[in-house]
Write a protein that binds this ligand. Structure first.
Ligand code: F6R
Length: 244
């Protein structure tokens, strides 16, 4: 628990720095699982600063983003492709061929094969070394909404009402907000060697409490993380305020 989200974001960036550079010293690639949304923005800004001022290189990094709205044009202002380019990838030395973000332009019949390949690619690289997560007000991780199973795979999902309401401000209204998205499944998140879940503000305090202190349940997918062997919730005081 940190005093502020900015101190917490810096701590998360330090841990990513440690993992990337320790892999570099072994001449190995580093597989990062990345999230979008408002939560990791300060983290990505700190990683950009570390790249520019402390020489942190991303040349050995292979990234996999958690999710993308479907359908979605990659250059739309709403797309997670564009978000990641603007907040991180355009400012660091990651190789473009090492960036993976679910494709929001696929035809429906190609989605399932695409999702299987997304997972196979992660497996062929030895799995995710470090997974960054935010958390939805309903406890979703990625877009694994309430009801997602612990062994769920990468797939097309219907977004919850509460998720669409949360996103509707960005889309200029609920009716214009996408109904579906492609998300990595819970299984790949649980297989990551290390997980950092971040959450800021009082608005997340209820779901943080339920995820950490209540019984594991598929109604709150983040609660599955209670069974992960190396997970850290990096939260600010406000998000921690309901913990007992
Ligand atoms: C985004 C993602 C989502 C968000 C969550 C919190 O890639 O997977 O699970 O992390 O909806 O969003 P923010 O950070 O905007 O509160």
């Amino acid at each position: 628990v940190f005093e502020s989200s900015s101190a917490a974001s810096k701590a998360a960036a330090k841990e990513i720095f440690r993992v990337i550079t320790s892999k570099q010293s072994e001449h190995k690639h580093c597989v990062l699982g990345l999230a979008t949304g408002s939560t990791p923005k300060a983290l990505y800004a700190e990683l950009v600063r570390m790249h520019k001022e402390e020489g942190l290189s991303f040349k050995n990094v292979i990234s996999f983003n958690l999710d993308e709205y479907y359908p979605m044009e990659p250059d739309s202002i709403h797309s997670y492709h564009r978000f990641m380019n603007e907040v991180l990838f355009n400012h660091i030395d990651i190789l473009p061929e090492n960036v993976n973000i679910p494709d929001g332009l696929l035809s429906k019949e190609k989605i399932s094969e695409y999702c299987n390949n997304y997972e196979s690619k992660i497996e062929a690289l030895g799995g995710i070394d470090l997974q960054i997560l935010g958390i939805g007000g309903n406890g979703h991780i990625g877009f694994n909404e309430s009801g997602s199973l612990q062994n769920s795979k990468t797939r097309l999902v219907a977004l919850d009402h509460i998720t669409r309401v949360a996103a509707s401000g960005d889309f200029g209204g609920f009716d214009k907000t996408p109904r579906t998205a492609i998300t990595i499944g819970v299984k790949k998140i649980m297989e990551a060697k290390q997980v950092l879940l971040m959450a800021w503000g009082e608005g997340k305090s209820n779901i943080i409490k339920r995820s950490v202190e209540e019984t594991v349940s598929n109604q709150i997918p983040a609660s599955f993380l209670q069974e992960h062997h190396n997970v850290t919730f990096i939260i600010d005081k406000a998000a921690a305020s309901k913990l007992t």
